[in-house]
Each structure stands twice: as C-alpha cells, then as structure tokens.
Design a protein around this ligand. Structure first.
Ligand SMILES: [Zn+2]
Length: 341
C-alpha cells in the first residue's frame, strides 16, 4: 500500500513555491543571506503556528531569505524533485514574488525558469506557474502586480491566482484585474472557502469568472452552491493536511469533513499538497490520507487523478494523450494492488 500512492502518476495543481522550501534550505539561505528567520530558529521547530495568520507570518519570514537568482533556481528545483519523488508528472505551482520585496521580479522569474528546466531534464516532469495576487494588498496593487508579471510573460507562466488571508478580503474587488488577466490569455484560479465563507466561493465564480477554486471547503455550507458547482463542473484543488492547520475542519476522519462531503456530492475534487514541509506531508501522503481518512475508494482516487489532469493547464492535445496513458498505468497499478503485490 505504501508504494501504490507514490507510484500512481499524478498532477499536482495546488502548491506554493515559498511554502515548499525545505526547513534545512530555509536555514541555509537565511544564514547565507544574513536574514533572521525567528529568534532562536531551529530546523525542527521552524514550521510551527496555530492558524492561517501564524502560518503566513512564518511564510513571509522564510520568503525574505530567498534572494539570488540561484536561490530561486534551488528552491524551485528542490520543490519539483520532491514532487517527482511523490510520483508527480505535472506540477502547477503558485509563486509570491511580492513576498521578496528586495528582489526584482525578473531575477525571481529567471531562477524559477532555470529550476523548472533543471527538473524537467532530471525527472521528465512538466511544470507551469501562476503568480498569486495578495488579496490583503487590495485591487490597485493587484493591477500593478499583473502589469509587472505580464511584462515578464514566459511560456511557463500559465495563469494567475488569488491568495493570502481570505477573510475579510472578498473576491469582488478583484473582478477588473481578473478580467484583464483573462483577456491577456492567462488561466485563472482563486483561493476561496478555506478561511472565508461559501459566499467567497460564489463570488469567485461570479465576479472573477474562475472555474477552478483552490480549497473551496466552505461550499458544503451552501447546498444550492454545491449543486451549481456540480452542474458547472467547477474544479476544486483540495489539500487534506492543510485543513488540519488553517480551517475549522481539523479532524480528517470526521464524517462531516468537507473534502469527504465534496467528493460524496459529486464535485470535481483533486488532491494536492499546498505547502508540504510546513504541514509535514508530501503529495503521495495526501493521497494516502484521502484513501485512509477521507473515504476515497481506489476508484475515487483514480477518478481524482484523471480529474486533476483534465483540469490542468496543459494543452488539450497533451491532456488527451496523457489521459489514455495514465488510465492504463493506473489500472495496471490497481490490478497489481488487488493481486496483493
Ligand atoms: Zn494555497
């Protein structure tokens, strides 16, 4: 069983570059760049917090330790190497360039692209990224941020996201910036329903025009919205371990856990790892948790993987080809598993 969740081919759709920095790398970069992470910070206790605000404070401190183009290459490569070790074949990740206020976006993007190229050569995986808009900074800053990102447009920058502390920052003020991103040909997605209410999920669909919601758990509080999302085929990028730290749903085995309910309601639910070292997890482990704790049968796991591939931002022709290959590979692995291998 241990190997099955690693071996299954997977797409990772919800992962943050700065949230994937390994503790030892954070300590090393901080020492090298003369940045203090926290008083008396140690590798074992670096990633400790009680809620989303506490998490974002640690996240911000660690982001400031990443400075040079080669630092960005290193954290990108190390993150994608971890994904590959978990069986990821395609990765879509968020970046927070504004979290490194002293580093030009061009330096960051160049390092990130080098890290993607290095991982592609080493592991054969594909990767795309989406700058995440910091909703706490408001729509005017988001417009300037979009301009800065579009000025550095590259093939790996496939989309744009909306993240950081959700409540009390509803999606509606970002309607214009999302419209402009869409018009520029970027894919769009938004964090909603993690710390905010179901209305933020609905608002993201209505005002931003997204068909992909990152997290989305609060949708279970609004049955009409669940029905609407099911009918429209909205994709949810769920992250099981994250819910233990940043939401009110901290018991993954609870019958009312939202990811279980979203899956049972027939929503398009995918499994992802968000900020793996911060939450002590990996992509393969998140799939294990889905099966063991959240009631995902192996058929549900199979469906979730193929849903993730279908909902990814890869070109449609690539997705069509990979869907056939992955389905065959998954079926063979599940068959071996059924035979007790
Ligand atoms: Zn996230």
């Amino acid at each position: 069983m241990t190997d099955l969740f690693t071996l299954l081919p997977k797409a990772e759709l919800h992962l943050h570059l700065e949230g994937a920095i390994l503790p030892a790398t954070a300590m090393d970069l901080a020492a090298r760049n003369g940045v203090t992470l926290a008083a008396g910070a140690r590798v074992e206790t670096l990633y400790r917090y009680d809620d989303l605000a506490g998490f974002l404070a640690v996240y911000g401190a660690i982001a400031r330790a990443v400075v040079s183009q080669d630092d960005f290459r290193r954290i990108t490569f190390e993150m994608l190497a971890s994904c590959a070790a978990s069986g990821a074949r395609h990765v879509e990740f968020f970046i927070s360039p504004h979290a490194h206020p002293d580093v030009p976006f061009a330096t960051q993007f160049a390092g990130i692209r080098a890290g993607i190229a290095q991982a592609r050569a080493a592991y054969g995986l594909t990767a795309l990224f989406a700058p995440g808009i910091n909703r706490e900074q408001g729509p005017a800053a988001a417009e300037a941020y979009l301009d800065a990102c579009l000025a550095l447009r590259c093939p790996e920058m496939a989309g744009i996201g909306l993240d950081y502390n959700e409540a009390p920052y509803p999606p509606e003020p970002f309607a214009a910036v999302f419209a402009r991103a869409r018009a520029a040909g970027l894919q769009i997605t938004a964090h909603a329903g993690e710390g905010g209410p179901a209305a933020y999920v609905a608002g993201s669909l209505d005002a931003l025009g997204v068909m992909r919601i990152d997290h989305g758990y609060a949708v279970v509080n609004d049955p009409d919205l669940v029905a609407r999302c099911r009918a429209a085929g909205v994709l949810f990028t769920c992250c099981p371990s994250t819910t233990r730290f940043t939401t009110i749903w901290r018991d993954l085995t609870a019958p009312d856990h939202p990811i279980r309910r979203m899956k049972d309601a027939g929503l398009r639910v995918t499994i992802n790892s968000d900020d793996p070292p911060f939450f002590g997890t990996t992509l393969a482990e998140e799939y294990r948790i889905a099966h063991r704790d959240l009631g995902f049968s192996l058929a549900d796991i199979r469906a979730s993987i193929l849903t993730g591939l279908a909902g990814s931002w890869l070109p449609q022709a690539d997705k069509d080809r990979l869907a056939g290959e992955w389905a065959q590979e998954i079926d063979a692995l599940l068959q071996d598993h059924a035979d007790g291998l």
